[in-house]
Ligand binder design. Sequence first.
Ligand SMILES: Cc1cc2nc3c(=O)[nH]c(=O)nc-3n(C[C@H](O)[C@H](O)[C@H](O)COP(=O)(O)OP(=O)(O)OC[C@H]3O[C@@H](n4cnc5c(N)ncnc54)[C@H](O)[C@@H]3O)c2cc1C
Length: 99
Amino acid sequence: MYKRQVDHYDRDPERNLAELAALTAGLLEDDRLTEPKWTDHQGWRYAIPENGASSGSLERAESEGLYCVGDWTAGEGRIHAALRSGLEVGERIAGRRRD
Ligand SMILES: Cc1cc2nc3c(=O)[nH]c(=O)nc-3n(C[C@H](O)[C@H](O)[C@H](O)COP(=O)(O)OP(=O)(O)OC[C@H]3O[C@@H](n4cnc5c(N)ncnc54)[C@H](O)[C@@H]3O)c2cc1C
């Protein structure tokens, strides 16, 4: 339903909250969650990357000893992407030290 984080940014927050409550209730199979006791909302239009960094730029930086990590390198604003990026770069640094 939510393709990208910003797809519903400009929509009425109450509608978003109601849809999210329904999704949560469905996920947890508990209809009580469709009527939360309180809700809050905050827009994050620019907080999440949508495009990865070009591999050429990252490789040029690495050749100069500058290693870049984080979700912005992968272009996916998710913790697993940031973690994977950090682990892969760590492996490359360790590999260079062994060489
Ligand atoms: C509102 C919101 C909700 C999210 N929800 C989810 C979710 O449900 N699931 C999910 O998987 N991901 C979610 N994410 C994305 C997730 O938080 C990021 O993908 C992840 O935190 C990226 O990790 P990172 O290490 O690349 O960057 P960050 O976690 O942003 O870490 C960067 C760190 O560098 C520090 N820093 C910055 N500049 C400097 C400097 N000059 N000197 C020293 N330190 C500096 C910052 O203080 C920060 O601690 C969400 C993000 C937002 C904004």
